[in-house]
Each structure stands twice: as C-alpha cells, then as structure tokens.
Design a protein around this ligand. Structure first.
Ligand SMILES: CC(C)(COP(=O)(O)OP(=O)(O)OC[C@H]1O[C@@H](n2cnc3c(N)ncnc32)[C@H](O)[C@@H]1O)[C@@H](O)C(=O)NCCC(=O)NCCS
Ligand SMILES: Nc1ncnc2c1ncn2[C@@H]1O[C@H](COP(=O)(O)OP(=O)(O)OP(=O)(O)O)[C@@H](O)[C@H]1O
Length: 226
C-alpha cells in the first residue's frame, strides 16, 4: 500500500504499454450497475447508496468489522479474475509485446501465475505510512489505522521481496522511477533479449537474490537513451 504501484503503472501506460489496474476494476465492479452490486447489497446493505458502493461507508465498516474483508474478497476476486483474463486475451489477440498487471494482491489472488516477470514496487513502511497520512489529509481517503489493518492482511514485505524477479524502490524522486520504467520497458520489449530469455526459463523459481532494474540491466544499458 502506497508503495507507488499506480505511479509505476502510469509510467508504463505513458509508454503505450496496456495496463490492467485491479483497484480500478474493483471500483468499476462496485460502481453503479457494477457486477458486484447485487452480492454486496446482500452482504452489507448499509454500504450501498444510490446503486453503488459508498467507499467511505465501506471503509468505516471494514474498520469496525475486520472479518468483512474476506467476505468482500470472496465476492470481488472471482469477478476481478474474469476481467483480468479478458484483458490478457485481448492483449494476446492484439499481439502486444508487453502488458502490465497492476495488482496489489498478486500472489494471494493467483494473478502471479499469468506473469512472466514480477516487479515488486516498494518503499519503506514509514515512507508508505507518511504517504497514506498525506493522502488522508488531502482527500479524506483511507486512514493510517485502516491502511495498517489492510497491510496486515497482505503478504509481508520480506516474502514479497523473496518472490520478486525485480525490485523497484520509489524512495527516490519520481523522475528516477520514470527512468527505471523506461529502461525496463525497453528491455522487455526486446531491447535486451537476455533479460527475456532468463525470465522465460521460469526465473521465479530460481535461487533468491533479487536485483534492482539497474543491477539487472547493467552499466551498459544504464547509458541507453530513450
Ligand atoms: C478496501 C477498500 C474499500 C479501500 O478502498 P480505497 O478507495 O480506500 O482504496 P483502493 O481501492 O484504491 O485500495 C488501496 C490499497 O488498499 C489495499 N487493499 C485493497 N483491498 C485489499 C485487500 N482485500 N487486502 C489487503 N489490502 C487491500 C491495496 O494495497 C490497494 O492498492 C477497497 O480497496 C476494496 O473494496 N477492497 C476489496 C477488494 C480487493 O480485494 N481489492 C484488491 C484488488 S483485487
Ligand atoms: N518516487 C515516488 N514514486 C511513486 N510515488 C511517490 C513517489 N514519491 C511520492 N510518491 C507518492 O506516493 C503516493 C502513493 O503512490 P501510488 O498511489 O502510486 O501508490 P500505490 O502503491 O498505488 O498505493 P495504493 O496501494 O494505496 O493504491 C502518491 O501520493 C505518490 O504521489
């Protein structure tokens, strides 16, 4: 949470890479006429207002009743999976060389099985909590307390790191993040075939020792101009 996934995904989108955004799909499913509305209406009628989910009410319910999250996931995750499969089918049909799944619960939801390479976007916990606090002060979104509650339901940072193929830290300036994404997109689109071949050999099961994009692509590519 607040690690910078959306920022990184937007950087890929700016390069013309199709992106599947799981949080956005959940918003659509919870919106007016969304496929999840009938089941959510049955689960917790108080969070439905004018035919769509009132997110502030849902956040308040989640804070009061931590058991609600699993029930919410049981309704939403199968619907998100369907949308994800449709997105991937469309990408294949269009023959796109690269697409991105922006998914907060990548392994928990089973989405990792569809990926050739997993990039974990990370920032230290104090940084993420400061971002959540800042966002809350600006726009009244999720509180730090609810963010902590959700993070506790997610895989630990250590486990995520151990499962990653590559790691992108967003502790630095946003321009640096954009640069790393450009470099990676170039390599994955075929600019650096060794990276693709390595990944094709199911690198997710290779010995641990995760690397950053700079380490993976080396000094030579670091000077590549885009
Ligand atoms: C918890 C909700 C109400 C928070 O909504 P809000 O608008 O404040 O935030 P947003 O949707 O942008 O999510 C922000 C972040 O919360 C975290 N988060 C969301 N859902 C979950 C979850 N089920 N478990 C752990 N963390 C979660 C993720 O890091 C996500 O990126 C909303 O995310 C939701 O309805 N989640 C349930 C569906 C789900 O599991 N979504 C995850 C993608 S499949
Ligand atoms: N170098 C950076 N890279 C990415 N985001 C940054 C950076 N510096 C500050 N931020 C801020 O961090 C916040 C979180 O970023 P973002 O929304 O991309 O994260 P996220 O992982 O998608 O969050 P969430 O899980 O809550 O949806 C944003 O307000 C963003 O502007």
């Amino acid at each position: 949470m607040a690690a910078g996934k959306t920022t990184v995904a937007r950087a890929f989108q700016r390069l013309g890479v199709p992106v599947f955004n799981a949080d956005a799909v959940v918003r659509k499913l919870q919106g007016r006429g969304g496929a999840a509305i009938p089941a959510l209406q049955q689960l917790r009628p108080s969070v439905i207002s004018n035919g769509c989910v009132d997110r502030a009410a849902l956040r308040a319910e989640l804070a009061k009743d931590p058991g609600l999250l699993k029930k919410l996931e049981a309704i939403l995750h199968p619907l998100v999976r369907k949308e994800r499969q449709l997105f991937l089918r469309q990408c294949r049909a269009r023959g796109v060389p690269l697409c991105v799944l922006d998914v907060p619960l990548l392994w928990e939801s089973g989405a990792a099985a569809s990926c050739d390479l997993v990039l974990v976007v990370e920032a230290a916990l104090p940084t993420r909590l400061a971002r959540v606090k800042h966002r809350h002060l600006l726009g009244g979104r999720m509180t730090v307390a609810l963010a902590r509650q959700l993070m506790a339901c997610q895989m630990s940072d250590e486990e995520r790191r151990a499962r990653a193929d590559l790691i992108l830290s967003t502790e630095g300036r946003p321009a640096g993040v954009q640069r790393q994404v450009r470099r990676l997109a170039w390599a994955l689109r075929g600019g650096r075939s060794a990276l693709r071949q390595d990944r094709d050999c199911s690198s997710r099961r290779r010995a641990p020792g995760r690397r950053t994009i700079m380490e993976e692509l080396g000094a030579h590519d670091a000077h590549h101009t885009f």
